[in-house]
Design a protein around this ligand. Structure first.
Ligand SMILES: *[C@@H]1O[C@H](CO)[C@@H](O)[C@H](O)[C@H]1NC(C)=O
Ligand SMILES: *[C@@H]1O[C@H](CO)[C@@H](O)[C@H](O)[C@H]1NC(C)=O
Ligand SMILES: *[C@@H]1O[C@H](CO)[C@@H](O)[C@H](O)[C@H]1NC(C)=O
Length: 286
């Protein structure tokens, strides 16, 4: 049973982290962006940056994955104050779901009410291609089926209710706004809308697992995002989730392809400019 125990983070830790940040920047963003694998370059485009390494912030976890820096970048994106997480946390690093989502509650205390979450994902839907941008319309919390949830443990009523609704986890209005942006930018041919499934990782999926996910109606699979979305929705944030399809899941035993992190990073670099243009345009409309 010990492996299922979620050690919930004390309320005081969120407060101390938020107070420390408020004392180290004058910026008061209402929009936070969590940058997925290889998408951290968005943060470089902010104007009037304040950069805060995670290790400077009391109680903040630290990122252990290549391709993920570890810092908060505050600044202006298309004239709007934003905070970007350059580097996120994953349960495969050994963190609990509540630790993975720690920054989201800190953002909430800073006054953030809109959360944009990006990730690199494997395409399960056979209509998808590598390089597609998928707006997440719903998710499946696969670790949740065996008790892993960032809200496990005593509820913090100050953040939200004990049993939060998740049927509206991904904000329709934001998604439509983002769709409009892709039209304006001429990206409509690479845009999809679908269901993201989180698995624990760090090993990639087996062929049998990919086929199972396909049967379940999953469009893309990855190892992140769900903890932050559940936590953000719990504290009533509006959420936009974007998956970049960096590789296609292997569904046939005849395939000679092999999933690897290099391919993920290469596709991210290929689409970084398009994603930055999309988010810049979108934030301007918010
Ligand atoms: C950006 O920083 C410069 C220099 O500190 C300042 O003059 C300018 O007003 C800032 N711009 C905005 C939009 O805050
Ligand atoms: C793929 O696209 C076709 C044509 O739009 C559609 O009929 C089919 O349902 C799609 N397949 C999946 C798995 O979404
Ligand atoms: C796999 O290869 C075998 C033998 O070449 C072929 O009969 C079979 O149809 C292939 N299966 C798929 C799913 O492509």
């Amino acid at each position: 049973m010990a492996c299922l125990m979620e050690s919930s983070v004390p309320l005081q830790s969120y407060k101390e982290a938020a107070e420390w940040i408020l004392a180290h920047t004058d910026q008061r963003p209402r929009i936070a962006v969590i940058c997925g694998s290889g998408l951290g370059t968005l943060a470089e485009t902010l104007e009037n940056k304040t950069v805060i390494p995670y290790e400077d912030i009391p109680h903040f976890p630290s990122s252990t994955v290549p391709g993920h820096a570890g810092r908060l970048v505050f600044g202006l994106l298309n004239g709007k104050q934003c905070v970007c997480m350059q580097g996120r946390f994953h349960i495969y690093e050994g963190y609990s779901m509540s630790t993975v989502a720690f920054p989201v509650r800190v953002f909430s205390l800073l006054g953030v009410d809109t959360l944009i979450v990006t990730n690199a994902a494997g395409g399960i839907n056979s209509n998808y291609s590598v390089g597609d941008i998928m707006f997440i319309k719903d998710h499946i919390n696969m670790p949740g089926f065996c008790g892993q949830n960032p809200l496990r443990g005593p509820n913090e009523d100050g953040f939200g209710v004990r049993f939060p609704c998740m049927s509206d986890a991904y904000d329709q209005h934001l998604r439509h706004l983002a769709m409009d942006c892709t039209q304006e930018l001429g990206l409509q041919d690479i845009v999809q809308e679908g269901i993201y499934c989180m698995l624990g990782g760090p090993s990639y999926e087996t062929i049998a697992e990919c086929n199972m996910l396909k049967l379940l109606g999953v469009d893309a699979v990855g190892m992140s995002t769900v903890p932050e979305v559940i936590t953000g929705r719990h504290c009533r944030m509006h959420i936009l989730g974007i998956s970049l399809i960096t590789n296609m899941a292997i569904l046939s035993y005849n395939s000679t392809a092999h999933a690897n992190h290099q391919e993920v990073l290469q596709t991210s670099q290929l689409r970084a400019a398009a994603l930055i243009a999309l988010l810049t345009n979108l934030v301007g409309k918010m």
